[in-house]
Design a protein around this ligand. Structure first.
Ligand code: SR1
Length: 325
């Protein structure tokens, strides 16, 4: 380890051990998040230990204990179930390990919380829904309770429905697993077959939207449906912009930027510097129309056109390199 010139201890010497402990690793969002965390760690000469997520709460707990035993200086906890993490995270804090949480409410004043401004994300998506469809339509809604970002987005959906009596939720479904898109597709097929009058699906997670699109294509109803999502990846951009795609808008951050912000928040704490308790990376509305018009084909294209897709000013300091993408 070479260390960083002008950085505070222990980053002046380098090789600081940090663990990234995820609940989910499968899917574009989580792979890009991890890649961003790795890029930021490399720039800080951090020895990042990545523990893969397998949607297994017991394994994630065990991984936190393993990280404590490895003698890490910091832990980034990416998603998970708060009820199975509270006590092991407290053990880490008691040992002086700095902890950052992304999208899991650890409810601990010592743990900064990173999120993508999920209320705003859902609000922007639903404003586009109204712009395209008015305030009276039959909807499908994809949701799985218990994931902090989905629960926050759900609060906005519930409020939206209560304020718009013409919006009727005809079906609710969803699954989060290592095969989220295909299992959601099976459920969507059943829901859309049983409710042929659904014209809008709010699917605020890209794996959900991918599943609904698969179902719509299989059923031959893509031209009668509009899908609104969260998240973006190069593969998503391809699916949104292809001819005849029912996936008409998404609201997203660059997940790699969010991964980088999470590692920076851990680094700042390890260096003894202040980090706000709530750290937000703001999302941007991306419509099918705007992506096509701008000729955007990849996340890299987005990063060139929209500054928020290449970097964030959250959790920065003069000694932290933050131009990574
Ligand atoms: C199962 S939770 C999935 C969400 O986590 C991140 O916040 C992404 O935006 C994704 O939509």
């Amino acid at each position: 380890a070479a260390g960083l010139n002008g950085a505070p201890a222990p980053f002046d010497k380098g090789g600081v051990k940090v663990a990234l402990i995820s609940y989910i690793s499968a899917g574009d969002f989580f792979q890009a998040y991890q890649a961003g965390a790795e890029a930021q760690a490399k720039a800080l000469d951090i020895d990042l230990r990545v523990f893969p997520g397998r949607q297994d709460a017991a394994e994630q707990r065990e991984q936190i204990l393993q990280a404590i035993n490895l003698g890490v200086a910091g832990i980034v906890v990416d998603h998970g179930l708060p009820e199975s993490l509270g006590d092991v995270v407290q053990q880490a804090l008691d040992k002086g390990i700095k902890v950052v949480a992304f999208d899991v409410n650890l409810n601990n004043p010592k743990v900064p919380q990173v999120e993508q401004s999920d209320h705003e994300l859902a609000q922007l998506g639903l404003e586009q829904v109204v712009k395209d469809n008015g305030k009276s339509f039959n909807a499908g809604y994809v949701y799985v309770a218990g994931f902090a970002p989905l629960d926050r987005r759900n609060e906005v959906w519930e409020k939206f429905k209560s304020e718009n009596s013409g919006v009727v939720e005809k079906a609710r479904f969803g699954n989060v697993s290592d095969t989220t898109a295909t299992s959601t597709a099976d459920q969507a097929k059943a829901a859309l077959t049983a409710n042929p009058d659904i014209s809008v699906v709010f699917a605020p997670y890209d794996e959900f939207a991918r599943g609904v699109k698969l179902a719509a294509n299989d059923l031959g109803i893509a031209s009668k449906l509009k899908i609104y999502s969260a998240d973006v990846s190069t593969a998503d951009i391809q699916e949104i912009t292809e001819e005849g795609s029912p996936w008409v808008a998404t609201v997203a951050t660059n997940p790699a930027v969010v991964g980088a912000v999470s590692v920076r928040a851990a680094a700042l704490q390890i260096a003894g510097q202040d980090v706000p308790h709530q750290i937000t990376v703001k999302p941007t509305l991306l419509t099918q129309e705007s992506l096509r018009a701008a000729g955007v084909k990849t996340i890299e294209d987005l990063a060139q056109k929209i500054p928020a897709f290449s970097t964030s000013d959250a959790a920065t300091a003069s000694w932290i390199p933050d131009k990574l993408f």
